[in-house]
Design a binder for this molecule. Structure first.
Ligand code: MRU
Length: 359
């Protein structure tokens, strides 16, 4: 974010047996720091979405393995439980595999090795997100030039912001850099039912950084696009196939369809850690997480200073809660990565990451 010191996860400065996170379930009403003292605490934080967003899920898993090693717990068992906690975001598997590989290859100081790896994962993520920002910024600058300096309207879905990463975010990194560079940029923030990551998280962090934004209900995007109120859509992704299909928060596909119908560029911003090089077809090969129906039937909010939960449906209403959907590569104008912008295609990704594509 514009606030360069911002972090979503860190080791407690005076107590390295505690990892600290922001309890994102309480935002925007309350900024509360939550302590993780065991790998089981990390597991709960991921499952119950104290932390969420593909890169932050991966980083939290890495820190959870550090806590397991520190307490002398079985790290294989911890890794297996963490891997099963959220099935769609592939950064989780990437981070757990990386830490376990380094742990297996290391010397006696298991705790030190895993701690260094968790720290490196976080530091690398910050640099990757800044790279995404630098490569995405020219897209916004071009629109600004074409509009003679008028407001560049970006629509985003869910929270692919600083809160989903360690800092800067993926979809938001170009926006933060544009805002810092003095570009007139405005963000349409999709509410993002059922958990409202847009209204509760993206709006919070954009406000914190002074970026002009407006909250809309998820179904408003098509109308805004039909009336030329959107210049570009930028979303994040939880898993990208080697051919450029992207899984992201439920509803992303509908935004891509509306953008396609209205000739509006639809970009997806991603760290390479989100690419699953082992699969090609997102529709059949990406597991889609199904979550607790209560997320659909209930709403969280604040009333007279108290956080509360209310049920909005009839008590017996059957509910399903698919957390993600897949947008086929043909609907994606381009992928913004830390190494540059490419076509959403196998040659496009292979051109930027040749060492991964041939591995
Ligand atoms: O269920 P969530 O909140 O973890 O879903 C997050 C998203 O869908 C983000 O867009 C995605 O993880 C990209 S984060 C940079």
């Amino acid at each position: 974010m514009a606030d360069e010191g911002f972090r979503t996860i860190w080791l407690k400065p005076d107590d390295p047996s505690i990892v600290q996170i922001i309890d994102q379930r309480r935002l925007p009403h309350e900024y509360r720091i939550h302590d993780l003292a065991s790998w089981q605490d990390g597991l709960v934080a991921i499952q119950d979405m104290y932390v969420r967003g593909a890169p932050l899920i991966g980083a939290t898993a890495a820190w959870s393995l550090y806590l397991a090693a520190l307490r002398g717990d079985d790290i294989e068992r911890a890794a297996a439980a963490l891997l099963a906690s959220r099935p769609t975001a592939v950064n989780l598997r990437w981070a757990v595999d990386r830490v376990m590989r380094h742990a297996a290859a290391g010397t006696a100081d298991l705790v030190g090795i895993i701690r260094a790896d968790a720290e490196a994962i976080c530091q690398e993520d910050i640099e990757i997100c800044l790279g995404i920002g630098r490569h995405g910024l020219p897209l916004l600058e071009k629109i600004s030039r074409e509009k003679g300096g008028d407001t560049v309207n970006v629509l985003t879905h869910c929270n692919a912001g600083a809160l989903a990463t360690i800092n800067w975010g993926t979809a938001t990194a170009p926006i933060y850099l544009a805002h810092q560079a003095g570009l007139d940029v405005h963000v349409w923030v999709d509410e993002t039912r059922p958990r409202n990551q847009g209204s509760q998280l993206t709006a919070w962090e954009l406000a914190r950084n002074g970026v002009p934004h407006t909250l809309v209900v998820d179904n408003a995007g098509g109308h805004l696009m039909q009336h030329a109120h959107v210049d570009i859509v930028i979303t994040g992704t939880d898993r990208t196939t080697r051919c450029g299909d992207v899984a992201n928060k439920i509803g992303t596909y509908l935004k891509a369809l509306a953008a396609f119908d209205n000739g509006i560029p639809f970009y997806v911003a991603l760290p390479s850690t989100t690419i699953d090089w082992g699969i090609r077809d997102g529709l059949t090969e990406i597991p889609i997480e199904e979550r607790d129906p209560d997320e659909v039937s209930h709403l969280h909010g604040i009333s007279e200073g108290s956080l509360l939960t209310i049920r909005t449906t009839g008590s017996g209403t059957p509910v399903s809660n698919y957390a993600f959907d897949v947008t086929p590569a043909r609907l994606v104008t381009g992928l913004i990565t830390e190494r540059g912008v490419c076509d959403a295609s196998e040659p496009g990704l292979a051109g930027l990451f040749p060492e991964k594509a041939t591995a």
